[in-house]
Design a protein around this ligand. Structure first.
Ligand SMILES: Nc1ncnc2c1ncn2[C@@H]1O[C@H](COP(=O)(O)OP(=O)(O)OP(=O)(O)O)[C@@H](O)[C@H]1O
Ligand SMILES: [Mg+2]
Length: 455
């Protein structure tokens, strides 16, 4: 069952459960009040008779016409002696005569059923001074009261039915209006599922209710999926482009050898070197891509406490033999303890130093410092720098400032993307800028973990 049908049925049953007992109570109270009123009228009539007709006249035979003057519609008036014998009787309906006469000593009034019809009976003692000498009995069939109660039942029934119909249609209409954005959302989702195309929901800016918020969140989600899909497409096209270039080179050289054979040793050597270089490049890219994928999906860090100064020295020692340029480490203290993933931090340092090594002229400075909240590593090289307009993109995958130059330097444009990913996992920051009148400056900050770091 649809949620809107459920909601309207629920509100409908809720209304009925309130309306029905309420109408029943109204009817019951009204009927009770009317019966009491009718009974009081009979009582009043009995008192009138006792005031205007003397007790002896009442108990004197053949005085029926006297009683008739007080006779209400559909009623019977009787005077009884002490033995319950009827002395006088006046009636305008014969049905009531079957009610057995009864002498009483104290006044009584009640209603009872007679042939499925309610009759009301009032009995009052007839007194001669203080002595009771008989009973005055008035019996009536409250036809008008019954008719007015039937009318009331009819009116209540019609009103209840109308209220139920109005409530049912109103609740259906209301829930349709309320759930319209939800239906639209389902429709849009179905369309997305069918076509796999990104679609957004129209927003009704007038009402900022929960459904509006849901639609807005859905649209944000769609925007993010769209961005992520675009990035993925870009990534796949970039990655395939990288491999395509290498594969074209390999294919070119192998066809050359197939055509010219192995006689030309120079060509043979050149082809072998090219195939070897491109295979190495592809291997490097594949490793980097795998690493990126792992970093993005696993998001796990093996935290330990270690000395950042030692880690930087180790990284410099690894790279120094590959270059005749100089790396200068400058730190405020002899050691700087940090809690982080040691292997991954080493990777970040190597990525940045590798870039510096490719582009620096003479030396690169590595400054280590610490604030209350962060550890900071600042790399400043004296290289060619990065054009300011290119700076925002260098952390994107496969982004290289000068593609032909990077191919010569062997870069694939993944290093800084990996570094950013690792720094983000440590909840730190990485910024790249042009060092004024110098080369490139990269600043990495890693927050100090206050709970677990004792240093
Ligand atoms: N210190 C630097 N000096 C000048 N340009 C730099 C420097 N560091 C990075 N760049 C530029 O930013 C680009 C992206 O760097 P990144 O490390 O991501 O890729 P890469 O070095 O080309 O390849 P690899 O994936 O092998 O690291 C580089 O291609 C280079 O053009
Ligand atoms: Mg690099």
């Amino acid at each position: 069952m649809k949620i809107k049908t459920k909601a309207s049925l629920l509100s409908f049953f809720w209304l009925i459960s309130i309306l029905l007992p309420l109408t029943f109570i109204i009817y019951y109270l009204y009927a009770q009040y009317e019966k009491e009123e009718e009974m009081e009228i009979l009582q009043f009539t009995a008192n009138q008779i006792l005031t205007h007709i003397s007790p002896l006249e009442l108990l004197q035979e053949d005085n029926n016409p006297m009683l008739r003057t007080y006779l209400p519609d559909y009623s019977m008036i009787r005077s009884l002696d002490l033995s319950s014998k009827v002395i006088n009787q006046a009636a305008n309906t014969s049905e009531l005569a079957v009610i057995p006469p009864k002498h009483i000593d104290t006044q009584e009034s009640y209603s009872q059923k007679l042939n499925d019809q309610t009759v009301m009976i009032v009995r009052t003692p007839i007194r001669q001074g203080t002595e009771i000498i008989g009973t005055l009995e008035i019996v009536t069939e409250p036809i008008e009261l019954d008719q007015s109660l039937y009318r009331l039942i009819g009116i209540i029934g019609i009103v209840t039915l109308a209220a139920m119909l109005i409530s049912l249609s109103a609740s259906f209409l209301l829930s349709k209006l309320l759930f319209l954005p939800l239906s639209r959302m389902i429709q849009t989702m179905k369309e997305i599922e069918m076509s796999l195309a990104i679609k957004k929901l129209p927003l009704n800016r007038k009402s900022k209710d929960e459904l509006y918020q849901l639609s807005e969140t859905f649209n944000h989600l769609m925007e993010r999926i769209e961005i992520s899909m675009k990035k993925q497409r870009q990534f796949i096209s970039d990655a395939s482009h990288e491999f395509k270039t290498s594969l074209t080179i390999i294919e070119g050289y192998t066809s050359l050898i197939r055509r010219w054979g192995f006689e030309n040793t120079d060509l043979h050597m050149e082809a072998l070197n090219a195939v070897h270089d491109e295979s190495k490049r592809m291997k490097h890219i594949t490793y980097q891509l795998l690493e990126l994928a792992e970093l993005e999906h696993e998001e796990r860090l093996t935290l330990c406490v270690f000395d950042l100064v030692t880690l930087c020295k180790e990284s410099i020692q690894l790279l120094q033999p590959l270059s005749n340029k100089e790396f200068m480490l400058i730190s405020s203290g002899s050691d700087m303890m940090i809690e982080a993933d040691r292997l991954q931090m080493k990777q970040v340092i190597l990525i940045i130093l590798d870039n510096a090594m490719k582009y620096m002229k003479h030396r690169t400075y590595i400054y280590l410092s610490k604030t209350d909240s962060n550890h900071c590593i600042r790399f400043v090289d004296d290289g060619i720098g990065i054009p300011t307009e290119e700076l925002p993109f260098v952390f994107e995958r496969f982004y290289r400032v000068d593609r032909s130059r990077s191919r010569q330097t062997g870069g694939s444009g993944l290093g800084l993307a990996i570094a950013k990913c690792i720094v983000n996992l440590h909840k730190g920051t990485i910024q790249i800028s042009n060092a004024p009148h110098y080369g490139t400056e990269v600043i990495v900050t890693i927050p100090i973990c206050k709970t677990s770091n004792p240093f």
